[in-house]
Every structure is written in C-alpha cells, then in structure tokens.
Design a protein around this ligand. Structure first.
Ligand code: ARG
Ligand code: ZN
Length: 882
C-alpha cells in the first residue's frame, strides 16, 4: 500500500540545493548523468537530519562528497532513495553519477525517447528518474546543463534558460551548455536532443529584451509549426498588455514530440508539447485543433509567471499555478476570439468533465488535503474549477482591484514557492476584504446547488428573489463528518421585461450587476418594479454551481429571445431542451419522430432565432443548435441512469430539430458556403461559419439520413479543410450502411501516414453509438498504426470509447466495461499514468441503473484485485470503489 501524503504534514526540507550542474551524456540505452549539487542545511529544517534524496529506477555509478569518495556506511542506496546519514552542517557539494535507459522508459516520465528524440517530462516527480535529488517544488536551484551526444543522432541539443556554449568533440560527438539564471524546482527541468526541424522569429519585450523564439518539430513538418510560432508571439504580447508580465530569458523554445502523457509542459524556457497541440495545417487540423493549439501554447507560456517565477510550495498547491493559468489562457482565448462563444465552450467542458468528477467517487477539493499518487490530481477539478475560483475572485473584486491584486501577488511572491494562502492574501491586502469565507471554495468538494425563487408584489412594486445554497456532503478524509459551510457565490444578474428590454429596478444589494450570496439563504428585494420581470441569473455563468430555478417555458423563451447576456440566451435554449430530454429519458421513451409539444415550442423559438441572427453570429448559432450532451443529461438525471434512454431522447429531439428546421438549415448551409478558392483562415469568424454549416448538416441528416448522407459524402469529396472533411465523416458515421463503410475506408487510406489524422478517424469510429462498435474497436486495436505505447493512440481509440461513447461503454452486457478494464491492465505495466486516466471512465458507475452497475463494479473489482498494480491505477481503483 502506498503511503498517504497529507497537506497538514508539510515540513520544510531539511536541506536546500542552491546550484545544480548537470552533465548528461546521451545514449539510447546507457545515458550517464553527472549531477554536481551545491547543498546546505535549511535554517528552517531539522539540524543534523539525514539527507534523503529521491530516486526512481536509478542506477548509481559513483558518488563523492566535497570531492572525496564517501566512507563505508556513510550512505545507503536503493533505486528509490540515496541517504547520506550524517551530512555536513555547512554548505557542501555532492557529485552523483547515475545511469538511465531512455529507450526502455515507457512511462514517459524522466528522460525518454519519442521517435528517436531524447526528451524529458519531470512534473510532478520525474526528475528523480534522472538523478538523485530533493525532488520537491520548494527546493529551488540555479541549473547549468551540459548535454553531449552523437551529432548524427542529436544535432539539436536544447536545455533550460540561455545557450552559453557549444562545440565539437572529436569527429562524431558534440555538446551544448545551457544556463538558467532563474532558480527553479526540479519539475521545471528539461532537455531535448534529436533531429528536429525549426521555425523561428524574434519578439521584443516591453522591457526591450530581444527574444529568439523557436518551435522545433519533426523534420519536414516545419510548415505546420507556423501557427504555433505565431501563437507564442500573441501570447507574449497579451501577457504584457493584460497583466504587465514580460518574458525573462533571451530564448524561448517549444518542442513538439509525438509521445507525451499530457498536453504540454511549461519547463523554463523550453516548453515540451504533445505534437497534437503544435502541428497545424488546414488539411490536417480542424478549427478545434487550431483553437486548442493557441490555448495550450498560451497556457504553457503564461506559466512562465504563474507557475515558474512564482511556483508551488508543495503539490497540494497545484491549483495555484494550474487554476490561475487556465483562467489566464481562457481570458486570452476570449480576447483573441469571441468572448461569449468561448465562455459557452468553457462551461460545456466544465459540466461534461468537472461536474461528474465532483459528483462521483473521485471528488476532491480544488486543493486536495491528501493524496497517494499526485499524478492522479491533474484533474478537471484542479484545472477548470480552479480557474472558476479565480474568475469569481475577479467578479467579486472588480477588474481593476483584481488586476492590482495580481500585480501584488507577482511582486510579493516572485522567486518563491507559494501557497493558496499567499495568493489570497495579495487580494485581501489590495481590496481590504476578508477572503476567509471565500477560501472555502478551495477546501470543499462537490458542486453547490443554488435554488432560486422569485415573487412580484404588484401593490408594493417589489420583486423579491430568494436564494438557497446547498452543498453535497462529500466524505473526504479531511472533511469527515463535518457539514459543509456556505460558500461566497457571486451572482451576476439582471431583470428582463416580459416583452424584452432591461427592467430598471434597484436593489442596494446589487453592485455593478453583482449580488453576493454568502449565507445558506438570502433574499434580494428590488424596488420600483411595476410588472413581473424575468430574472436572468448567473449571467456569464458567474459561479460553478447548479441552478434550480423554476422558470416557465415562456420565461425561458423570453430570455432566449431578449436577454442582454449572450451566455444566458444560450442557457435558456439549453434549459428548454434539457427539460424535454430529461423528461423523455426518465420515462424511458422510445425513439420517435418528434418530442411532442415541448419539442415544437423549442423548434419554433429556434426558427425565429435562426431567421433573426444566425448569419450575424454563426458560431453562437451553432452552439444554440447543439443539444446538451449525453453526460450532461445523465448528470441532470442523477441516479438509476439508463444511457440508452438518454441517447433515444437526444436522438428524437435531434430528428425533430432537423425536420422542423430542415429548409432553414439547408438555406443557411448554402448562404455560408465558402467561395471556391477562398483562402483558408483559422480565425474565429471563419471557424464559426464552418461550425454552423456543419451543425446544420448534422441535424438535417438526423431527420433525413438519405439526403444528409448524400450531402455529407459530397462534402467529404470536395472539402479542402480538415474541419469540413471530418464533420462530414462524423455525420456519415452515424448512418449505418455501405456509404459509411466506404467513406471510413477511404478516409483511413488517405490518412495512412498522418498519425494525428488517423487519431481522428479512430476516435470517430470509437464513438459510434451502436453495439457493433465494440468489435470495431477491437479490430482497430490491431491496426498497424495503433499502439498501446503511444498515449495519443490510446486516447483516440480507447478513451474515446470509454469516456465519450456512453451507450457502448455502458453496454448492458458489461462488454464495454470489460474492454476498458482489459486495456487498463494491459497498459498499466507500460504507462501507469495513461492507464489510470483511462480507468477514470468508471467515475459514473454508481449513477447507472442496477444491472449495469453490477457489471461495472465487477470489472472495477477485477482491476483492483490484480496483483502488482501501479500506484496510479491502484489509487484510482481504490477510490472508485470506496
Ligand atoms: N503542468 C502541465 C500543464 O501545463 C501538466 C503536466 C502534468 N504532467 C504530469 N505527468 N502529471 O498543465
Ligand atoms: Zn498548466
């Protein structure tokens, strides 16, 4: 059993490391690393304590203390730790030589090879797989890295910081030396060596520093790196404009590799990326890919301040850098694209990923209080809910005070390993507010529900809103038994007149459109309200809560048509649809040609909406036409869920929308057609037009598969962008038959040599909501391009099935669970992080109806009881069953 690490047990390190000199001689199987560590006792630590350096799968070759071999019995060495029993109680130098095998490193943590390229991933605890070290974020050192390699194998050698020297060694070898003047924790260390193509440019910072920016990719793919390179420049400019943050080195490098556990990593001056989030060209990347690349480039770049200059004291503070940096990248995307459209996308992700996590057995606070395996806490809760907390802080304080608070945080904490308390203290000091109650957002798991009711008093001309918040009791260790305490919830709101237009009403409790709910129950009274208004609450999704608000259908229609807040207009359409969907799914209604009078009311409203403004904002219109996803419907139902009934409800409503809006949708599709030969642009406006065209095609096909398939096949043949090709293929993939199989075969053939495109092809097939999909997936696992060794392949084929195909993952016969469990076990020996992530598909197992629940539980138990599990998988399995 692994040990539990607790926030409450934090102690400063007994020793500090001020300087690290690394000498790395790259070799495919026998890489040698000499680390020279300048250590000293930490005044805040325990005097005379032994020095225990972390290690993981390391072979020690040599060790010296202040230039002398260590005496017999002075040290104890295992692959996991190096202990110096009686370290000097003054500054001293340890020289440690280790050997590692990058080619055998399938965990993709530490130093490994991806398509022959040497690269590293050290967050959270990978540096200890390179050398023995105090591998904890509050030990910060200045690094100098010398990398040596065969020139033919690794002509490009990159490290953190600035290049300071390079040269030849005999006929075949060469070296490069990099120096990073900024003290950093070991998790931000990186190096790269390999044959790589490069695109570059210069950026001059607001401080006048000329920075050499470069993106490195597989040779031959340089043309697909320009968009990422441009995104770096836009990120740099945005952070200067928006937060006054400038880059602080002479070089900024981004490297794309094809084997990567996550999206990307913010190593100081040397960001390493999953190539899926770098490579873009119109014929290989969709508009969604372009948006993701831009967002992740920005995210990693923004970490340079929120994460690197100010880092985390310990891993419990992960949200300090991740929540804040997600907030920053979301703001960037909102500024670069359409703010309301981006906000809707953020909320859809939050509801589809974070809400279920918060409602299931893996629920945890944004700042967890205990963990067994930290790599399992890179979650939607830490990242996305963490970002929502920062956004609420801005809403509560107002943008100017918020900005000053950020400045103060960076000024006070620069160069330190900080905590959530340090972060909040900066805002408390700047605003003069007590943020103690607000800080509960970091401590209490679970999604709050806010129930609201409104009452108009004609005689008194008042309108009264009553708010009641409730939090689920989550049995986390730290919260054991304690009742959750009220949260500070910013409610951005307005009143809409029944015929449209704002209502000029006043309440002294509302400042700048914000009402702050701080108690379990509160009442808000507006005066001067002559007619019953329609309240528009939580505008812009001002808090990550579930809202229970019994609006009538007509009130929702009023909001859809007239609300001044775009998010709530979209929300009104979603709520109208959700009522229909939940009603039908709960009743187990059969597939039908339409969803009755409620469905008709929705289609009428959507028709008016489309006629009025679809062409003015196609991206927004596409979102309004998109029904809530199956996972979201399942969450709304909450218990005894039947995924097939949900699919039937959703399909029925799609058929109705497609039928009733068909002629309009086809007309829109024509009106939005791209002029032949028009140049491609990945910008938000062009992407929005493609999104609406394809949403239209999709609904038309639901109602009339024959016409739709013909249109989609034609689009597949003529389209010049991957967005249009993939959308057509997705549409065709939902219609069983010859045309589908032919289209899939052709697409697969055409993209045979493009792994990232094949990933889309794998994913599409894995998401077909039909019983045949299970065998299709098993068949594709034997495809020559598929490999359990590559995380992107596993995610596109297996995780798409397990996490994004609810009817088939939850097959009543349990075969979907079995496949998932089987892959988790097969993968665990190779790559535990990816295996553990896949196992989180079982997060919803307690919500499904009895028969499925029993099947899911037995598959989970089979995993949990397998001997020799990794800590990663055994942690997820254990918590899922607890
Ligand atoms: N810090 C990275 C980010 O930008 C995530 C790295 C997580 N890696 C891991 N192995 N847990 O979000
Ligand atoms: Zn991050």
């Amino acid at each position: 059993m692994q040990t539990i690490v607790r926030l409450a047990d934090y102690r400063p390190s007994d020793y500090l490391i001020d300087r690290v000199d690394l000498d790395v001689r790259l070799h495919p199987t026998e890489t040698r690393v000499t680390a020279t560590l300048a250590l000293r006792p930490n005044p805040a630590g325990e005097p005379g304590a032994p020095l225990v350096l972390d290690g993981d799968e390391l072979t020690l070759l040599a060790i010296a203390l202040d230039g002398q071999p260590t005496g017999p019995g002075a040290i104890a060495v295992t692959p996991r730790a190096l202990t110096l029993h009686q370290p000097p109680q003054r500054p001293f130098v340890l020289e440690i030589e280790t050997q590692v095998n990058p080619s055998a490193n399938t965990k993709l943590m530490g130093l490994y090879r991806s398509n022959g390229v040497y690269c590293t991933q050290c967050e959270a605890d990978g540096f200890r797989r390179i050398t023995y070290f105090l591998d904890r974020p509050d030990v910060m050192a200045v690094y100098t890295t010398r990398i040596e390699a065969e020139r033919h194998e690794a002509p490009v050698l990159l490290g953190n910081g600035n290049p300071v020297a390079a040269g030849e060694l005999g006929l075949t070898r060469h070296y490069a030396v990099w120096h990073d003047p900024h003290p950093k924790p070991a998790y931000l260390f990186a190096l790269v060596g390999g044959r790589l193509g490069r695109v570059g440019s210069r950026f001059t910072t607001m401080e006048g520093r000329s920075v050499e920016v470069a993106v490195y990719v597989e040779p031959g793919k340089e043309g697909r790196a320009d968009f990422a390179l441009d995104a770096v420049a836009r990120s740099m400019a945005w952070d200067e404009r928006t937060f006054g943050r400038a880059y602080d080195l002479d070089v900024f490098n981004v490297v794309a590799v094809s084997d990567f556990n996550m999206g990307a990593m913010e190593n100081k001056g040397l960001n390493i990326f999953n190539d899926k989030y770098v490579l873009a060209s119109p014929d290989t990347a969709t508009d969604a890919d372009y948006a993701n690349i831009e967002a992740i480039i920005a995210h990693e770049y923004f970490h340079n301040w929120s994460g690197n200059r100010v880092t985390c004291r310990d891993w419990f503070q992960l949200c300090l850098k991740e929540g804040l940096t997600v907030f920053r990248d979301q703001e960037f995307s909102s500024d670069e694209r359409s703010r309301p459209v981006h906000r809707i996308a953020e909320v859809r992700t939050l509801r589809a990923r974070q809400f279920p996590e918060d409602a299931g057995p893996l629920a945890h606070p944004v700042r967890p209080q205990a963990y067994r395996e930290i790599n399992n806490f890179y979650t939607a809760t830490v990242y996305e809910k963490g970002a929502e907390i920062v956004r609420m802080l801005r809403t509560l304080l107002g943008p100017e005070t918020f900005r000053r608070g950020m400045d103060r945080y960076f000024a006070i904490c620069d160069g330190t390993a900080a905590t959530v308390e340090d972060f909040l203290a900066a805002f408390a000091a700047e605003s003069g507010r007590d943020l103690t109650a607000f800080s509960r957002w970091y401590e209490q798991a679970g999604t709050p529900t806010v129930a609201v009711s409104g009452r108009h008093d004609a005689a008194a001309r008042t309108y009264t809103l009553t708010f009641r918040q409730s939090l689920p009791v989550i049995a986390t260790e730290a919260a054991a038994g304690a009742a959750p305490r009220p949260l500070v919830i910013p409610v951005v709101l307005g009143l809409v007149a029944p015929g449209g237009g704002p209502v000029e009403a006043v309440s002294e409790r509302v400042r700048d459109g914000v009402f702050v709910l701080e108690t379990a129950e509160d009442t808000l009274v507006f005066t001067g309200v002559t007619a019953p208004p329609v309240p528009s609450l939580f505008r812009g999704f001002s808090a990550p809560v579930k809202v229970e608000h019994a609006l009538t259908r007509d009130e929702r229609l009023t909001l859809l048509a007239h609300d001044g807040d775009a998010f709530n207009r979209w929300q009104a359409a979603q709520s109208l649809a959700m009522e229909v969907l939940v009603g039908r799914a709960r009743a187990g209604a059969p597939l039908g040609p339409g969803a009755g009078p409620e469905g008709e009311a929705l289609t009428r409203a959507l028709a008016t909406f489309l006629d009025g403004e679809a062409l003015a904002d196609p991206a927004f219109a596409a979102l309004v036409l998109t029904l809530p996803g199956e996972q979201e419907i399942a969450q709304a139902i909450g218990a005894e869920v039947d995924p097939d009934a949900i699919w039937r409800a959703r399909q029925t409503l799609r058929v109705q929308l497609g039928r009733d809006l068909g002629p309009r949708l086809l007309a829109l599709r024509d009106a939005l057609a791209e002029a032949p030969g028009a140049p491609f642009s990945p910008d938000a406006a062009s992407a929005g037009r493609r999104a609406l065209r394809n949403a239209a095609l999709d609904l038309v096909t639901a109602a009339d598969p024959e016409t739709g398939t013909a249109l989609a096949v034609a689009q597949l043949d003529s389209a010049v962008t991957m967005t249009d090709r993939l959308a057509a293929l997705a549409t065709v993939s939902l219609v069983p038959g010859e045309a589908r199989e032919a289209a899939l075969t052709r697409f697969g053939e055409a993209s045979r040599h493009e792994p990232l495109v094949l990933d889309k092809w794998f994913a599409l097939q894995a998401m077909i909501p039909e019983p045949g999909t299970l065998d299709r997936v098993r068949g594709l696992m034997r495809h020559p391009a598929f490999s359990l060794g590559n995380p992107n392949r596993v995610r596109s084929l297996i995780a798409s099935f397990s996490l994004n195909n609810p009817t088939q993952f939850h097959r009543p016969d349990g075969a979907g669970y079995d496949l998932t469990a089987e892959v988790v076990l097969a993968l665990d020996g190779k790559n535990p992080q990816v295996a553990a992530r896949l196992l989180t598909a079982f997060n919803t197992w307690r919500m499904v109806e009895d028969g499925r629940r029993r099947q899911a539980e037995s598959a989970l138990r089979r995993v949990a009881e397998t001997p020799g599990l990794s800590p990663d998988v055994s942690d997820i399995a254990g918590r899922s069953l607890a």
